[in-house]
Design a protein around this ligand. Sequence first.
Ligand code: FES
Length: 376
Amino acid sequence: MTASSPPPSLIATLPGGHYTDERVFALEQERIFESMWFCAVRAADLGRPGAFRTVQVGRESVLVTRARDGSVRAFLNVCRHRGARLRTEESGEVRRTFRCPYHAWTYDLEGRLVAAPNLAAMPDLDRAAYGLVGVHVREWLGYVWLCLADDPPPFEADVVGAVVTRLGEEGLIENYGVGDLEVGRRIVYDVKANWKLLVENFMECYHCATIHPELVGVLPEFAGGYAAQSFVGHGARFGAEVRGFTVDGSQGVDRIPGVSEDQDRRYYAITIRPQVFVNLVPDHVIIHRMFPLSAGRTVVECDWLFHRDVVERGADLGPSVELFHRVNAQDFAACERCQPAMASRAYARGGVLVPSEHHIRAFHDWVLARLGPASA
Ligand code: FES
């Protein structure tokens, strides 16, 4: 028995193999995550010179740090001598240099090779040529974005411009002052599912009435399963009785000062390709960064960002955080439920997108275009 194709009125998803085949994932690493701007680190996590984080971008481990002049720098996390990983921790702090634990080649915070044992015996070693390999860096919304491409795509057009287009209104995201907000809570989720399942799930709300009772309680229009329309401009309205974007609809915390009256009591959600979800509500912002690690595993760092005063005075963030934490747990459980079945012969030709999910086709087309004929 083989599974049938969907009728013409419905649209086929990607075939199951696109969610399980490590060869497809390797192409995605090369042609998506290593070629585009990748949102990697909250800049405030690099509080002072020498603070660092290591992050996986495509096939590369990247060392992100703050240099002595206060700027953020990023390097491939590879010693230029014999290739040892310089740092294996997720985060930490050095005083002035990164010293390789193998033979002690030592690099400053700007990536220059500044010392090595018996350096005097190697007069032909051009130290300038053996510094750490740099990675392109930009800062926006308080995050450090990296690009591994030799010639990065234009940040303003590919990232900033795409956000404005999806929100449908220039300046809308600036009103939230995301770069000045403070992380009130961060939760890291280790999801046993392909990154594209997470994107598809985030893009549609056909599932909302089934698995998100708390979210539908706050945003009643999500019960109809047509929330995708609100993702491109108008924002979803809070229910009439709802006082805040909290797990029980109770009052949240102080509204972010720049949020306009028109944006008040609304929820906006957009994806920034390839691996960021942004959720905007009047008193906080929720940002997901995905780190795809294999065809079947994606780590997600989710930050809940609030106005600095709210965090500093120790306001109760619990009801606000709990709402989207439950949404995350519900979504990721659904993705993990689907992932094993992607390898089933029942899904060899994929599934179907019902009409309220048709916009996901654009995401599939975009992925296929990035991968080229090699993924067929
Ligand atoms: Fe780093 Fe030898 S591999 S110093």
